[in-house]
Design a protein around this ligand. Structure first.
Ligand SMILES: C[S@@+](CC[C@H](N)C(=O)[O-])C[C@H]1O[C@@H](n2cnc3c(N)ncnc32)[C@H](O)[C@@H]1O
Length: 271
């Protein structure tokens, strides 16, 4: 779907994929459990196994590799995908599916990380000295900044998913579920879109940490454009769902992503 597609207020309409207005989970004795058809255990076990292999290789080869930042980068990506599924399963079981690992995160996502890995490995081959955090003071500062952004970004993204709970979904909701409430507290009191804020800075952090100048610029451009459009699109539905309460929230809390719907243009999403 075109992420700039104008939102329509379908507050009271039924979602054809979700006619009951609940999520995909099933209710047993008052508790929500994941919907088994959307959670094939073989696929989930395989995803967990593959992540385990990636973590095992990254850690096991740490002493043998020249550019150790690369191992940590693989570790950071593995932890990100693990937490996407784990936190959804733990705090939002009605919405968890085997896709919650976010391995199918789109062509741009796969291309960007393949590009980043290629850049890191090619530069390792041809300019090995540049690929050391200890090459110069600037290298050290850039690497450390990248590492801090990875930790901070992952923390904020995870806290967003925990705080929003049932109101969080990996897809932008076009109809409001009965359990979808406006969240403005906790990490949502700091940033209006904390999971996007977290991912944006996490991803840029990975490229600083990898000392990847080309990928850093590419990630910055691609991610900024993506989140600018996504937030505009998502906020149209949020205004339709929560009306004045959401508009009021936009005037008080910014996104933390530079120049994306800052408080200075609080009603830009209503264009
Ligand atoms: C992928 S989640 C991202 C949530 C939020 N944009 C963030 O970055 O933390 C998308 C879903 O969250 C819902 N959502 C976004 N902000 C919300 C808020 N403050 N309160 C409740 N639901 C929200 C949207 O309706 C959408 O269906």
């Amino acid at each position: 779907m075109n992420s700039r597609e104008p939102g329509r207020s379908r507050n009271s309409e039924q979602d054809p994929e979700n006619p009951s207005g609940s999520d995909v989970g099933v209710m047993i004795k008052g508790k929500v459990y994941p919907y088994v058809e959307k959670n094939p255990l073989d696929a989930i076990a395989l995803n967990g196994f593959n992540l385990g292999i990636a973590v095992g290789l990254a850690m096991g080869l740490l002493t043998y590799t020249f550019f150790k930042n690369f191992n940590v980068y693989v570790l950071a990506i593995s932890i990100f995908h693990f937490l996407e599924f784990f936190v959804t399963a733990r705090f939002n079981p009605g919405k968890v599916t085997s896709d919650s690992f976010l391995f199918n995160n789109g062509k741009a996502y796969i291309f960007s990380h393949l590009f980043a890995m290629t850049e890191a490995l090619v530069q390792c081959l041809f300019f090995p000295r540049w690929k050391s955090s200890f090459y110069s003071k600037a290298h050290l500062i850039i690497s450390l900044l990248g590492f801090l952004l990875i930790i901070m970004g992952q923390y904020v993204r995870t806290m967003a998913m925990v705080t929003a709970g049932k109101s969080f979904s990996h897809h932008v909701k076009q109809t409001r579920n009965s359990d979808h409430v406006l969240v403005t507290t906790g990490i949502y009191g700091w940033f209006r879109h904390p999971s996007y804020f977290g991912y944006f800075w996490w991803a840029l952090g990975t490229q600083l940490w990898l000392l990847n100048p080309l990928s850093f610029v590419m990630f910055a451009v691609v991610l900024w454009r993506f989140f600018d459009a996504r937030i505009e699109y998502e906020e149209r539905y949020l205004v339709a769902f929560f009306g004045l309460s959401y508009k009021d929230y936009t005037t008080k809390v910014g996104t933390g992503i530079p120049f994306v719907h800052s408080n200075s243009k609080p009603s830009s999403h209503l264009r």
